[in-house]
Design a protein around this ligand. Sequence first.
Ligand code: GDP
Length: 300
Amino acid sequence: MAPVQNSGATNRARVVVNFGAELLIETTQGELIRAKPRRGATLPVCGDWVSYQMADTQTARIDSIEPRASALYRPQGRHRKRVMAANVNQLLVVIAPEPAPDAFLIDRYLVAAEVEGISARLVLNKWDLVTSEQAPYYESLLNEYESLGYAVHRVSVPREIGLQRLKEAIDEHLSILVGQSGVGKSSLTRILIASSEVKVGALSEATGTGQHTTTATTLYHVPSGGDILDSPGVRDFKLWTMPISDIAQGFIEFCSQRPCRFHNCTHRDEPECGIRDAAQSGDISPRRYESYLRLVRELT
Ligand code: GDP
């Protein structure tokens, strides 16, 4: 890594690798610098924009973290949560015919996205494995989400189907890929980031920590535009405890229904509930309503 001038000035950079206490930041000029937070200060996470000063010719000291547009969390114990990634603005929910999709899991991810104000897309990977008998089932699953307003993608890594459109969707976003183990998140990430992987390998060496990016959360630049934030931990991010009103907000079709009698209706057993009525009449998918009830039971 080339030495950086110690001007004493405060500069702006983005955290691109998070090894825990040690970070790599990328300056607005594209320079990569090893960085450490101030002692006792809040730890920045991957995706954070920070201001820094050079502590010496090789190492930057993070002075402050800019307010986050969004944050992804992982629960820590029963009542606490830990930030895992900042400023992600697109969630790619990956499903596949193998392992079989779980629509509740999809709903769970979409609620997380809605609550954090992150846009979401559904990616059906391994499209090459879908047989003509199975196709109607997958089409109806995708149609259900498409009719709610979510963009959907049919993709195959080995056959290179749908990859160009996926790249276009990633452009100008900081995206993460989430979904069950084995659906193809790593394969897709590898193919999307292509050559930037090499750069990240060099990056990790530059930190001299010996830790490689298999565990560190890393922000990769996609050569065709946009960024992907990835690590095993980020891929497994979970919803945290949240109020019922947030869960309801996560079901985007709920807001277009007839108002409930009570303004603080939880849509479970109150009289004259617009949401429950809509689920009974089929204006809302009864399956999505069941997902809502299950999330309320699990998260509140
Ligand atoms: P992850 O656990 O979600 O990261 O999944 P991986 O990327 O490790 O993929 C799991 C397996 O699915 C690997 O054997 C991949 O080669 C395979 N795979 C990934 N994408 C596709 C695809 O589009 N079609 C097929 N047939 N296999 C795929």
